[in-house]
Design a protein around this ligand. Structure first.
Ligand code: ATP
Length: 584
């Protein structure tokens, strides 16, 4: 499994993940396949727990969000309308010597002296007129750049090439050279990230379809069906968890950038601010001291956006990712998509750097409008309250709103409505019809699994009474997401009465929470094994449990806590009552 050498912490996590069955390289017995990962027994449980906590927080615990489970392959027109066919691409550049492929915008900017050649010739008289350049690494002799030049022309069929027309030039912060050998990269070309496939047996161009590169579009495409089949009315959300596929140019950092991954996305539909203004008189202004604890009728897009940033932050805190490991990147005007009003990336401090875990975007009505235009099926909703509110407005008030809206759109550099479109939009709004706007919290399940794996990973130095020290590994998962919640051990495996009692306790617990029975090796070894698996609680059944020291301790077990190693005696009858609230 390739990892950047400069991140030893990551190498250790990757190694533990494999050793303990969290994550395996896909197809490993055939050499693996770049950008694809499998989850082993512990990883599958961890991922399921993360999925469940998200689903519960986003929909079961709320009255205003419902779920969806859509197909991975959808009508290709969806991806045309959403803009993915035309613009979902990354810039790709290849090294002209090694042919290694780079994501052009991810190449480390380099400064230095560039050696350029107009061509080369060799002793057989063969020449190449291809120009080539190489960046000289700082502190290296000019010969090292020339060596790269010679490699380039050798690959073009020259034997012992003589470089021709050498010139040099200084460059600053250039992404045009391979950081590993200084060789020139090709000009970046856009590379569409969608995986293509064919539906049906004929496999013609007309049958071309795509594996979805995100789960969100299905939510937009099914918006009307959800509205028509549930009592939900705007503001409300539709969420979905599922596989997404992106043919990433350079998958890297373990599971962080994979080609097949799972997303957890919510589209939360809200009224346009103009509708709120009509119904409530004004739109609640955002300020640092705004109370975001409970949604209010007078919230416009900005308060809803801030609310979802807070909700998502609270969710992460609830599974053990607190403020100390998270950060935020508010996209600048230049970074924002033309239709987006705001977008914040929630970042996690991964061992290889602070990187995006989730994006939360205020996307206006871009998506539903795009599908409305492409499918010619109306995606607007009727809102009686909005209609009644505008009915109370004077003609002057309405005219002022139309003018304001026109000025707003004329000022847009890209994607603004024409005056005629604004007239039509306002006309509909005054009658209570609008295409909902949307706030989109979009998280990656695999990135989250990697975040909790990195966050949990702890090394503990232990010295035995003989002075011999060893490193133990403890995965400090929050109990809610730990793959196994409780380990159950008989003190000795060759005492049938201890084994019988331990199995009885195990059977009692496992009906309610993920439990693991282990009788192999010393108790210390068994604790260590569960620490590596991240099991927060372990129970030992000993002779006291059987009543050998009298009735006081009969039917009690030793409960050991992973994080501080503390132990206490707990009655078997009280175990579920103690453990369930901690892991639920
Ligand atoms: P990035 O800039 O890292 O490529 P993105 O901005 O393209 O991510 P989105 O399209 O906003 O990502 O996707 C939402 C979430 O899906 C991301 O925050 C991330 O958690 C997850 N995600 C996106 N691409 C990948 C991937 N290749 N592998 C794993 N998770 C991914």
């Amino acid at each position: 499994m390739s990892q950047p050498k400069e991140v030893p912490q990551m190498e250790k996590i990757v190694s533990l993940a494999k050793r303990r069955g969290f994550v395996f390289q896909s197809s490993e017995i055939y050499g693996g396949i770049n950008g694809f990962w499998d989850y082993g027994p512990l990883g599958a449980e961890l991922k399921r727990n993360l999925r469940d906590t998200w689903w519960r927080a986003m929909t079961r615990d709320r009255e205003d969000v419902v779920g969806l489970d859509a197909t991975i392959i959808m009508h290709p027109a969806i991806w045309k309308a959403s803009g993915h066919v035309d613009t979902f691409s990354d810039p790709m550049a290849d090294c002209l010597v090694t042919q290694k492929r780079f994501r052009a915008d991810h190449v480390e900017p380099q400064s230095g002296v560039v050696y350029k050649w107009t061509g080369a010739t060799d002793e057989t008289g063969k020449t190449s007129n291809d120009t080539f350049s190489a960046l000289l690494a700082a502190g290296k002799p000019a010969e090292s750049a020339r060596k790269v030049g010679i490699q380039f022309y050798t690959q073009r069929g020259l034997t012992n090439p003589q470089l021709l027309g050498e010139t040099t030039e200084k460059v600053e912060n250039s992404r045009g050279f391979n950081p590993e050998n200084g060789a020139q990269l090709t000009d970046p070309v856009p590379f569409n990230l969608m995986f293509k496939t064919y539906v049906g047996a004929t496999a013609t161009e007309e049958d071309k379809a795509y594996l979805r590169p995100e789960t969100a579009q299905a939510i937009f495409a099914q918006f009307k069906n959800v509205v028509n089949s549930t009592p939900q009315r705007v503001p409300f959300g539709i969420c979905q968890i599922g596989k997404a596929f992106r043919n990433e140019v350079t998958p890297r950092n373990f599971t962080f950038r994979s080609r097949e991954f799972e997303q957890m996305e919510l589209e939360f539909f809200i009224k346009p601010d103009e509708a709120i203004e009509a119904v409530c008189g004004s739109v609640a202004p955002w300020s640092e001291s705004a109370d975001l604890s409970k949604p209010q009728d007078n919230w416009g897009w900005e308060m809803w956006h801030r609310y979802w940033v807070k909700e998502r932050t609270d969710y992460y805190a609830g599974i053990g990712l607190g403020a100390d490991v998270l950060d935020y990147h508010w996209q600048t005007k230049e970074e924002l998509a033309h239709y987006a009003r705001a977008c914040v990336d929630i970042l996690f401090k991964f061992p290889f750097g602070t990187e995006e875990l989730e994006g939360i975007a205020a996307r206006g009505d871009f998506d539903l409008t795009a599908h409305q235009n492409a499918s010619r099926k109306p995606q607007d909703v009727f809102d009686e309250e909005v209609k009644n509110a505008f009915a109370k407005w004077t003609d002057e008030q309405r005219a002022a709103l139309v003018e304001r809206k026109k000025a707003e759109h004329r000022a847009k550099e890209k994607g603004g409505m024409t005056d005629a479109q604004v007239d039509e939009w306002c006309e509909k709004l005054f009658k209570g019809f609008y295409v909902p706007h949307v706030i989109e919290p979009s998280a990656g399940l695999d990135r989250l699994a990697l975040a909790v794996l990195s966050n949990a990973y702890t090394e503990v130095e232990k010295t035995d009474p003989k002075g011999k020290s060893e490193t133990l590994y403890v995965m400090r998962f929050h109990p809610r997401i730990a793959p196994v919640k409780v380990g159950v051990f008989p003190l000795l495996k060759n005492k049938p009465e201890l084994v019988a009692k331990a199995r009885e306790v195990y059977e009692l617990l496992r009906k309610n929470l993920a439990a693991f029975y282990d009788e192999g090796g010393s108790i210390g070894k068994r604790y260590a094994r569960q620490d590596e698996a991240g099991t927060p609680f372990c129970l030992t059944i000993d002779f006291d449990t059987l009543g050998e020291k009298g009735d006081d301790l009969k039917d009690t077990v030793t409960l050991r806590h992973r994080d501080d190693g503390s132990q206490e005696r707990v009655k078997i009858s009280e175990l579920l009552g103690r453990l369930l609230p901690l892991v639920g």
